[in-house]
Design a protein around this ligand. Structure first.
Ligand code: SAM
Length: 275
């Protein structure tokens, strides 16, 4: 792995691992955002900073990206990786809460949040998106990029459908939440907040055999992240099948299939701050 994070820091480790399959999707999203060269961007809930680094590449030498996160430990990784990438001049990291962004109104040309703002189980979406809009200049873009779905068990569509139907499988949405709080309804949130011309697009990433070691690790991590907590929500037979397919030491580990293929989708919501 290019971005070294110790396994003893599991959340940060999983973010670093996941970069192997997320990077092409992030690149696609950044192409869509098309930030102006020399512009200033905010990455809200930036984690260990890997998406912020990609955005910093996109804004070019005169631009700047600020990564904001509530975890100083994650930000320390971001600083180290920025140095490693030779981007320390172009990206900085700030400890803070996206619910009260520690910047003045209209400080940025754009703001985005990847897998953070928009998940109603974690943060109240409307006031948080409004907070992002507050720090973006009139005419600038507010964007949310949110993990949406996966197909990772080729040959086992029924099992995968049942896994996806569990509370773990529908996360970060929660059973019993009001439908309007589902992140696929973010167009309505944008409209309600007066963000102009809201749009959404699905972005797809795919992988197939032969898998690099980085991808194998990343996908094994994703199998565990999606459904590793679903035991009590499944029949014993389904749980046994899931383990048979998802454990690296199992003779039937799905990632060992010579014809393995999987895909993942993200949703990119964008809207403009009114002029
Ligand atoms: C799933 S991670 C995504 C990190 C990064 N955006 C990425 O895509 O690699 C969610 C991040 O949101 C951060 N976070 C959660 N609540 C937050 C809050 N209220 N303010 C700032 N950051 C927050 C977490 O610390 C974590 O780094």
């Amino acid at each position: 792995m290019e971005w070294e994070v110790p396994e003893t820091d599991p959340y940060a480790y999983s973010l670093a691992l996941a970069h192997a399959w997320r990077e092409p999707i992030l690149a696609d999203a950044i192409q869509d955002l098309d930030p102006l060269p020399g512009s200033r961007g905010l990455d809200a809930g930036c984690g260990i900073g890997l998406p912020a680094l990609m955005l910093a590449e996109a804004v070019g030498p005169g631009g700047h990206v600020t990564g904001l996160d509530i975890s100083p430990r994650f930000l320390a990784y971001g600083e180290r990786f920025a140095e490693q990438a030779g981007l320390s001049e172009r990206v900085s990291f700030k400890d803070g809460d996206v619910r009260q962004v520690p910047f003045n109104d209209a400080s940025f040309d754009s703001a985005w949040s990847v897998d953070c703002v928009g998940y109603a189980a974690i943060l109240e979406p409307l006031p948080t998106i409004q907070e992002l809009a507050r720090v973006v200049k009139p005419g600038g873009v507010v964007a949310l990029l949110m993990y949406s779905s996966q197909q990772m068990l080729p040959g086992y569509p029924e099992l995968e459908a049942r896994l996806n139907a569990t509370p773990a499988g529908i996360g970060p949405f929660k059973p019993g939440m009001r439908p309007e709080r589902h992140y696929y309804r973010a167009l309505g949130w944008f409209r309600e907040l007066g963000l102009e011309a809201p749009t959404v697009r699905a972005l797809v990433g795919s992988v197939h055999a032969p898998l690099s070691e980085d991808l194998r690790l990343a996908l094994a991590g994703l199998l565990d992240m999606r459904w590793g907590g679903a035991r009590s929500e499944l029949s014993p037979e389904d749980w046994a099948d899931y383990l048979r397919l998802s454990q690296p030491d199992s003779p039937e580990f799905v990632l060992n299939l010579p014809d393995y293929y999987a895909f993942f989708t993200y949703s990119l919501f964008q809207g403009r701050v009114a002029r």
